[in-house]
Design a protein around this ligand. Structure first.
Ligand SMILES: Cc1cc2nc3c(=O)[nH]c(=O)nc-3n(C[C@H](O)[C@H](O)[C@H](O)COP(=O)(O)OP(=O)(O)OC[C@H]3O[C@@H](n4cnc5c(N)ncnc54)[C@H](O)[C@@H]3O)c2cc1C
Length: 365
């Protein structure tokens, strides 16, 4: 991950002082970093997810988007990759896998902010780009599951090869679960699990047709077993206790055991607006009320952009979020450097912007 601060949690004791803190690394949060960068403002970025991309990565990484101006079509993943490439000159620091839990205005006009891993920030301006909230994987509700070691119970597909030689039970019946089973089955022999079982509570899976076709090919080839049932409990063996199998109920209420030493739970994700609704900001229908000139919340210096905001005519589209982030960055410059003239400069012609972008200014003809 470019610029990722893997040790953000470990550095918890030292608050990071910054001009701008962006909460949320979805497409709009990433574009916020770009627009701040053009204004010469460096940003720290926090996201609850372990990777940037928000809804584009979590909900539709491989689906096509057709309404990004100048890009006739790209997938959710491609859009995020391009945004990450575009913000690279501004070297934002990412603090991933942690939720912003606390935000408090300071007497000096800035903000004290803290994340769930204990990382603290003292930020002069804050940009809430939290979309529909922090994404949390839906947990497996089965006896004993919560006590399983993190090496045996996964809520995200671990890196290629991490499940090599293991008896993997994938739980779920939608795109993410089918994709995970196919990906594991596609792995070369040296990185492949010993067995792959896909378990869904219904006989019908709900995923893209081409994904289902790829799964069927693996089922026909004996690489993946598909079973219908619901996990009731997990059983463990050894000391320290490791996963040895699961107890499963089928549709008729019959129970049976399935062997497994790794559980990959792909039951979807649910967004939670969580702490943001407790920060005392003006809200309407669980969205932050902002003005449409500065995209500022009811708290000066605290901006909000993207799906998390509401104003007359708001549309939850990436393009609209990009516009909001652009105006919010101009407003932040006025607050952070009030003496600096607010010049509108073009990336085409401005030597100052070229310098910030790290590109050469073309010689005059
Ligand atoms: C299936 C689908 C298809 C879509 N197709 C299109 C399309 O074709 N065109 C289009 O314009 N739009 C489309 N959209 C909508 C588009 O994805 C959203 O408008 C866009 O993702 C909003 O971006 P965002 O950055 O505001 O929020 P999000 O993408 O939701 O990102 C918000 C991020 O903030 C993080 N976060 C939230 N709270 C916290 C916290 N307290 N601490 C730390 N992190 C936090 C979340 O983990 C998340 O990563 C689609 C949406 C869906 C579901």
């Amino acid at each position: 991950m470019p610029g990722a601060d893997a040790a953000a949690g470990a550095a918890a004791a030292v608050p990071i002082a910054c001009d701008a803190l962006v909460i949320g690394a979805g497409p709009v949060g990433l574009w916020q970093v770009f627009q701040l960068g053009l204004q010469g403002i460096a940003a720290e970025v926090v996201d609850a997810l372990p990777v940037p991309g928000g809804q584009c990565i979590e909900l539709y990484p491989d689906k096509p988007i057709y309404d990004i101006p100048g890009v006739p079509v790209c997938s959710g993943r491609e859009l995020v990759d391009r945004l990450l490439q575009q913000i690279r000159p501004f070297a934002p620091r990412f603090h991933l896998g942690q939720e912003v839990a606390r935000l408090q205005p300071r007497g000096d006009g800035g903000f004290d902010v803290a994340t769930t891993t204990g990382q603290a920030f003292v930020a002069r301006t804050v940009f809430i780009a939290a979309g529909v909230g922090a994404f949390q994987p839906r947990q497996l509700q089965a006896d004993g599951a919560a006590a399983l070691p993190s090496d045996d119970l996964f809520y995200r597909l671990p890196p290629d090869g991490a499940l090599a030689g293991r008896q993997v039970l994938v739980v779920g019946g939608e795109d993410a679960a089918v994709q995970a089973a196919v990906r594991l089955a596609d792995a070369p022999a040296s990185a492949a699990p010993a067995t792959i079982t896909l378990l869904h509570r219904r006989a019908t899976l709900s995923a893209d047709a081409d994904l289902l076709a790829r799964l069927q090919a693996h089922i026909d080839g004996g690489r993946v077993q598909f079973q219908v049932g619901q996990v009731l409990s997990v059983h463990t063996a050894g000391g320290p206790a490791r996963l040895a199998g699961v107890q499963v109920a089928d549709g008729d209420g019959q129970t049976r055991s399935l062997p497994a030493d790794a559980l990959l739970v792909q039951l979807g994700i649910s967004p939670k607006l969580g702490p943001i609704s407790q920060w005392g900001l003006a809200m309407e229908r669980r969205q932050l009320v902002v003005d449409t000139a500065r995209f500022e919340t009811s708290q000066p210096g605290l901006h909000a952009v993207g799906d998390v905001v509401t104003y007359p005519g708001k549309k939850k589209l990436i393009l609209c979020g990009f516009h909001e982030a652009t105006l919010a960055a101009f407003a932040a410059l006025a607050r952070l450097r009030p003496d600096e003239p607010q010049l509108l400069q073009y990336t085409t012609t401005s030597p100052r912007l070229h310098q910030r972008l790290g590109v050469a200014t073309p010689a005059k003809a």
